[in-house]
Design a protein around this ligand. Structure first.
Ligand SMILES: Cc1ncc(COP(=O)(O)O)c(C=O)c1O
Length: 402
């Protein structure tokens, strides 16, 4: 039912738990890279549901897959083999060269699974003292307890009582700090292939080399959180491929479901060999409809033409953003890779000012930690749409600078 935006926001306030600050906008439809509101305004969507709509809105193959699966069954539980889940797993393993897949519903669950599998691996091998998991300051791994404990942002843990122990956070790209923490009691080093929420921070070559050599020297596991940077977003199918990490476990979510709730953990055989029925589980994980959508998504993202588009659009956007960084003193640097791009701003220009100016231009963008403007367009965004975004952003920068 059509409702005015003010009415909708008021109802949201009365009915929905007050956990988010929401913008006064009533989206009624999405199509490709665009969103439409109830006033007939058309917005270029460079938020993409926070990297969820990897193929934009109303992707035909996803729609067809979902409708087709609903004609078979919606859900059967994990008590029985489930064809869409197996097909999606097969495709993911073929593309990534991992050995086993576990399906869940979200990024935080994928990380919980990966953490549990890593600890169970050493426990079954008789190395019960291997508990310590090293993650990074400003990392983001999710909101459930272990993922929250892994997350390197103390502010979002505050007031939630005791956290699962043995999580240590070291500074991003600080090789010496990491070397000091890793020893024979380390279970895993866990990191995002690109720290998106934490400020669109890329990994240094030295850090990748350090992680690879510590993994070899101490036999600890490497868990790469690909929830935001995976599924083609960096121009490679998984983000770590770009940097040369050698993960034992990878967590996926966001883009993999193309808008449906779906998460996954990809495992190497040595980890899977230490797991048994009953060690972990989920009611909804690997839901047939979500997996049918996931297969439609995965097939499209695995297409080299799509990945090439990510690289080309990234270069196009970076060139345009560079002009803004050269023109405005408050814009310090461009950050990111592929289609997770950011502009770090100094304290004289709060990122919120740019986001609202962009919204007036009918461009949706978001922020990352540390006063960083972030853009997450769909991976199939066109060159013309990127030009349009850059023109809107140039106007937004000019308006915010006045
Ligand atoms: C890198 C990373 N890991 C995990 C998560 C948590 O995912 P979810 O919100 O689906 O639980 C996010 C969400 O932003 C993320 O960016």
């Amino acid at each position: 039912m059509a409702q005015s935006c003010a009415n909708l926001l008021e109802q949201d306030k009365q009915i929905i738990a007050p956990l988010y600050g929401k913008a006064d906008i009533n989206f009624v439809k999405g199509e490709g890279s665009y969103l439409f509101d109830d006033q007939g305004n058309k917005y270029l969507d460079f938020v993409a549901g926070i990297a969820v709509n990897a193929l934009g809105h109303q992707n035909q193959a996803i729609k067809d897959a979902v409708v087709d699966q609903m004609g078979h069954f919606n859900h059967i539980s994990n008590l029985y083999p489930n064809y869409p889940q197996i097909e999606l797993g097969k495709k993911l393993l073929e593309v990534t060269k991992f050995d086993k897949a576990f399906f869940c519903n979200s990024g935080t669950e994928a990380n919980e699974g990966a953490i549990k599998f890593a600890r169970k691996y050493f426990d079954r091998k008789g190395e019960k003292n291997r508990q310590k998991i090293i993650t990074f300051v400003n990392s983001f791994h999710g909101r459930t307890y272990a993922a929250l404990s892994a997350t390197g942002q103390p502010a979002i843990r505050e007031g939630f009582g005791s956290m699962p122990g043995d999580f240590v956070h070291v500074t991003w790209n600080d090789c010496e700090a990491l070397k000091k923490e890793v020893n024979k009691d380390t279970c895993a080093i866990m990191l995002e292939s690109l720290a998106a929420e934490g400020g669109v921070m890329t990994l240094s070559k030295e850090m990748v080399e350090t992680i690879n050599s510590l993994q070899k020297e101490f036999g600890c596991l490497v868990i790469v959180d690909e929830v935001q940077a995976g599924m083609g977003r960096l121009g490679t199918f998984l983000g770590f491929e770009k940097y040369g990490l050698k993960p034992d476990l990878v967590s996926l979510a966001k883009g993999i479901g193309g808008g449906l709730p779906l998460g996954a953990v990809l495992l190497r055989q040595h980890i899977a060999d230490q797991l048994k029925a009953g060690d972990h589980g989920t009611t909804f994980g690997g839901n047939p409809i979500a997996c049918a959508a996931g297969l439609a998504v995965t097939k499209q993202i695995a297409d080299p033409a799509l990945l090439k588009n990510v690289a080309e659009r990234s270069a196009q956007l970076k060139a345009g953003l560079n002009a803004l960084v050269e023109k405005y003193a408050f814009a310090k640097e461009i950050r990111g890779e592929g289609l997770i791009l950011g502009v770090a701003l100094d304290e004289s220009m709060p990122v919120g000012n740019i986001i609202s100016a962009a919204r007036s231009e009918k461009l949706m963008v978001l922020s990352a930690k540390g006063n960083v403007l972030r853009m997450l367009p769909p991976l199939n965004v066109s060159a013309a749409e990127c030009d349009e975004a850059l023109a809107k952003l140039a106007n937004a920068f000019a308006a915010a600078a006045k």
